[in-house]
Design a protein around this ligand. Structure first.
Ligand code: AGP
Length: 592
């Protein structure tokens, strides 16, 4: 799950590749590298451990108008200069996104033939194979090479003495870009936004050859095929921080607009969704990480508004549990990027088993949307921070609307709950301005562990609060159903632990307050984030009470999530972490 980019044209390829890598950096930032083909047909390579910016000083040393680049999220081999891409073998330089599952056996076979390796990566094996198969035609060598690869790959290669880029794709995405006398290839559409007039999405098994004369696309047998070109409408992603110190804070402030735009965009798809869900009697929601947590809220919406059985699984679990699916099942695949490997494969599996597949995603034209029957847009706008904030709230908004729409069409529906979304952008704005998480952030920063508690829909947000905090601050954290704490985890509570209870349902408030009391009586520190008046009265003076504005229970995740996201951000900043690029992570997880 790395980002790869290629450029062939008349400009300085190193600059174009660098610009693409900056846009792709959210896919990994363990190392970055570029290879450029000079006018006299020689390849020069620079690669450095760490972030894309580390490459900048070295790019002036590589001149040419054709190049490829890579930003890495390490899978095989630690982050290091040696493991950075491009990998070079013979006169060929290669970048790879994906995982080669049979690399160990391929490597052993190559070693038995006397090959030696400079890196611990699976990708260098592909470079060696390419070089071995090269008999003067890079595309033929690539077609030969991919025949023996098992796993996923998006590959770009350049070869000394040949002004072209060879591209191959299987289960990792590749987009081609057509400009004025210049061509691009990249891992995703946002990387090409504003760069070219038309784009084309490659399919699994496609091989492409980019030359100064244009782009030819072939199938695995090197027969020419046509792929549809479409206008490149992607809005150029601004890397401007807009005066904020971090993207995470900027994106938190974009939440009200994300809610508003997601609601507007839903109007455009509601009829199509209605017809797709006609006759559906079971809902399954799948996603990973934050998107899974949005699915947990969505499950409650479908159950409560439409009284339809709903389940929510992490996409990785769903894929391997032999799920029960009929043609009356609808699977909602939730993903900010639309590229998360497990979510995309879960959607593919569900579709294959006859389910209706609904993509809920922030990236139109992503792999997920190509599998889905219907795409429900999350119009949160580009999210650069690795930690999902506005996209999570956009996902919840979209799922809320889907469930309301489904309930209105069914006979058992109860839409009495489902009011008030119009007011939410304003309430989100108010929450951002008013909820004061700073004291709690200081408490968390000093703690040995933070336990987020909630019941029902508050529990779904508690899980997300915990993920967000651990992701950006590196403090141990867990999310628990408030009633479960006493069944084991209470043993971890001492004066260094902090419990954060989310209480947004008046009818359940008393029960969750009991859990807070259990923490306090064991010497733990406690805080509540709530809009329930009685909770304030019960706990003031003994627990830190963070008040938020009043709103209905089912829309409360939009408010409570802002509070926990802000808490995570402030804790990270207090601890001197970079919330935008947490260690070990990447935003788009395109490997399994
Ligand atoms: C959350 O902050 C993380 N970035 C992560 O859990 C993320 O939500 C997950 O990897 C799924 O990504 P997706 O929404 O792009 O599919």
């Amino acid at each position: 799950m790395c980002g790869i980019i290629g450029y062939l044209g008349k400009k300085n390829a190193a600059d174009e590749v660098f610009c693409g890598l900056q846009r792709l950096e959210y896919r990994g930032y363990d190392s970055a590298g570029a290879a450029v083909l000079s006018a006299d047909g020689k390849i020069s390579v620079v690669k450095k451990q760490g972030r894309v910016d580390n490459l900048k000083p070295y790019l002036k040393d590589i001149a040419g108008a054709t190049g490829i680049g890579h930003t890495r999220w390490a899978t095989h081999g630690k982050p290091s200069d040696a493991n950075a891409h491009p990998h070079v073998a013979g006169g060929i330089a290669l970048v790879h996104n994906g995982i080669i599952e049979n690399y160990a056996e391929l490597k052993s076979a190559l070693e038995a033939c006397g090959e030696t390796f400079l890196s611990e990566t699976d990708s260098e094996v592909i470079a060696k194979l390419l070089s071995k198969n090269f008999k003067g035609d890079l595309i033929c060598a690539l077609a030969e090479t991919v025949k023996v690869l098992k796993g996923s790959y998006a590959l770009m290669a350049i070869c000394e003495g040949n002004n072209s880029i060879a591209v191959a794709k299987y289960r990792s995405s590749v987009i081609l870009g057509y400009g004025e006398n210049e061509y691009f290839c990249a891992s995703d559409e946002p990387a090409l936004a504003g760069k070219c007039k038309e784009i084309c999405v490659l399919d699994d098994g496609d091989i492409a050859c980019i030359t100064p004369d244009g782009i030819e696309i072939y199938n695995g047998n090197l027969q020419r095929i046509i792929r549809e070109k479409k206008p490149n409408t992607g809005a150029e992603q601004s890397l401007d921080l807009g005066g904020y110190p971090h993207y995470m804070l900027k994106e938190l402030h974009e939440i009200p607009v994300a809610v508003e735009n997601t609601a507007k965009a839903f109007e455009g798809v509601s009829a199509k969704l209605k017809s797709a869900l006609n006759g559906v009697d079971r809902i399954i929601l799948v996603g990973c990480g934050t998107a899974y947590h949005a699915g947990l809220a969505g499950k409650r919406y479908f159950e409560q508004f439409a009284r339809v059985p709903a389940e929510c699984d992490t996409a990785g679990e769903f894929r391997y549990k032999n799920p029960v699916i009929t043609e009356r099942t609808a699977v909602f695949a939730v993903s900010q990027s639309g590229e998360t490997a497990d979510t995309v494969e879960a959607a593919r599996l569900a579709r294959g088993l006859g389910a209706k597949v609904i993509a809920v995603t922030n990236v139109l034209n992503s792999a997920l949307t190509r599998i889905a029957d219907v795409t429900v847009p999350v119009s949160a706008g580009p999210e650069i921070c690795v930690a999902a904030t506005k996209s999570y709230i956009g996902q919840i908004t979209a799922l809320y609307l889907c469930a309301v729409g489904f309930a209105k069409n069914g006979s058992n529906g109860n839409c009495a709950f489902a009011d008030g979304l119009e007011a939410m952008p304003k309430l989100c704005k108010k929450t951002l301005a008013q909820v004061n998480t700073y004291s709690l952030a200081n408490m968390c920063a000093l703690s040995s562990g933070v336990y987020f508690l909630g019941r029902d829909i508050d529990y779904a947000v508690a899980l997300e609060g915990s993920l967000k905090l651990k992701e950006v601050s590196y403090i141990h954290s867990e999310g628990y159903p408030a009633g479960e704490l006493k069944h084991g985890t209470l043993a971890l509570i001492d004066e260094n632990a902090v419990a954060v209870a989310l209480i947004f349902d008046e009818t359940l408030a008393g029960k969750t307050v009991c859990a807070v009391e259990q923490v306090l009586s064991r010497g733990g520190k406690a805080a509540v984030i709530t809009n329930v008046e009685s909770v304030k009265k019960a706990l003031s003076g003994r627990a830190l009470v963070l008040e938020t504005c009043a709103c209905g229970k089912f829309l409360s995740p939009l408010v409570s999530a802002i509070a926990v996201q802000k808490l995570a951000y402030e804790t990270a900043v207090i601890l001197g972490r970079d919330p935008d690029k947490p260690r070990n992570l990447a935003k788009s997880v395109t490997v399994e």
